[in-house]
Design a binder for this molecule. Structure first.
Ligand code: TRP
Length: 352
């Protein structure tokens, strides 16, 4: 039984189709580790209302929701340890979002970088939902009084916004919400394999990402054709330090690594056994590393890492009843917490 003393985590993803390894390593894997640490009460959402803010086909939505639940479970989220829920199953998310809308200053939303990016790329449909997306996200988090939000770098501004809203509500009505903090994931931002200057994203096309469902042959092919050398202008500073045995002191590593190469090392660090990353990094520093070795080691490590996930996925794909049952359970658990918070909220804002 989860204890109420523990910090509460809320995080979520949008059901927009199958996940890639960047979503997995940047977020989901971290959620699984947090869950297994036993230190938190965790709720993980499938945020379908958020997925309606960009163009989508209503016929795909149910499948995308089930697919994301399968991704969560096959990656290791365990319904006995964490709560997995669909946002729209608990209508209080939108009720609280409306109340938050009414204390949100427009300029706070106007400065959100993700809104600016998305409304630029989604010119035909920059709707009000997209604009007030961070308000709904603040409601997701605060409805459960979550104080810890594990997300990738691209969401830190939104979590900061939810702190602003918590503070505003607390000052205006009554102090009932915690100010949630971001828990940044280690490998928060993987780059595209084919164009490392860009963030890994499905919208760039097949060769830019590894899907969690890719076969070993596809993984080998994509990694072996990943771009490593992007020219001197795109190099990033290596910030690590290493022991210099001759002088017995730490020294800063000289030199710069291309983004593409760093991206491969970042993946290797999380999917390979301890020691492999260090070994290859030492070779890189000595200048003896062959990129073909780095790539084949990495491809094998990814294949091995994804194998149990893919096997679990195969099992679950045919068990939609089980998935539905888990989501109902999640909704019931969340509804209880939501009822409690909303009773307090309605009371304080004067609508009961
Ligand atoms: N905006 C997040 C994303 O696109 C998804 C999300 C919605 C979320 N509500 C949330 C993440 C609450 C953390 C907490 O990745």
């Amino acid at each position: 039984m989860p204890s109420t003393q523990k910090n509460r985590i809320f995080s979520a993803m949008q059901p927009t189709g199958s996940l890639h390894i960047g979503n997995y390593l940047g977020a989901l894997k971290n959620w699984v580790d947090l869950q297994n640490s036993g230190g938190y009460n965790c709720i993980f959402g499938i945020v379908d209302y958020h997925a309606m803010t960009i163009d989508y086909d209503p016929r795909d939505m149910p499948k995308h929701i089930t697919d994301l639940a399968i991704d969560y479970l096959s990656a290791g989220l365990d319904p006995d340890k964490s709560t997995i829920m669909v946002q729209s199953h608990v209508p209080e998310h939108t009720e609280l979002a409306w109340i938050f809308n009414c204390i949100t200053p427009m300029p706070e939303l106007e400065r959100m970088t993700q809104y600016k990016d998305k409304s630029r790329s989604n010119k035909t449909n920059p709707n009000v939902g997209l604009f007030s997306y961070p308000v709904l996200m603040a409601a997701d988090i605060l409805l459960y009084k979550a104080d810890t939000v594990p997300v990738g770098e691209d969401q830190t501004q939104h979590v900061e916004f939810s702190r602003i809203i918590a503070r505003k509500f607390n000052n205006r009505f009554a102090k009932i919400f915690p100010e949630p903090r971001t828990l940044l994931t280690k490998s928060a931002r993987l780059s595209s394999l084919a164009d490392p200057a860009k963030k890994m994203s499905k919208s760039l096309g097949e060769k830019h990402y590894i899907a969690l469902t890719d076969t070993p042959a596809e993984i080998k092919k994509k990694i072996s054709s990943a771009v490593t050398d992007t020219g001197p202008s795109k190099r990033v500073e290596l910030s690590s330090t290493s022991e210099d045995p001759e002088r017995g002191a730490k020294r800063r590593v000289e030199g710069k690594m291309s983004r593409g190469t760093k991206n491969l090392f970042d993946m290797l660090e999380v999917v390979s056994p301890l020691g492999t990353h260090k070994e290859l990094m030492d070779e890189y520093k000595k200048g003896t590393l062959k990129y073909s070795d780095l790539k084949s080691t990495l491809a094998d490590a990814i294949i091995n890492h994804l194998k149990p996930i893919q096997e679990k996925r195969k099992e679950l794909e045919h068990d939609h009843d089980k998935i539905a049952q888990i989501l109902i359970q999640g909704a019931e658990h969340c509804q209880k917490i939501a009822d409690k918070t909303m009773e307090e909220v309605r009371n304080k804002v004067g609508i009961r």
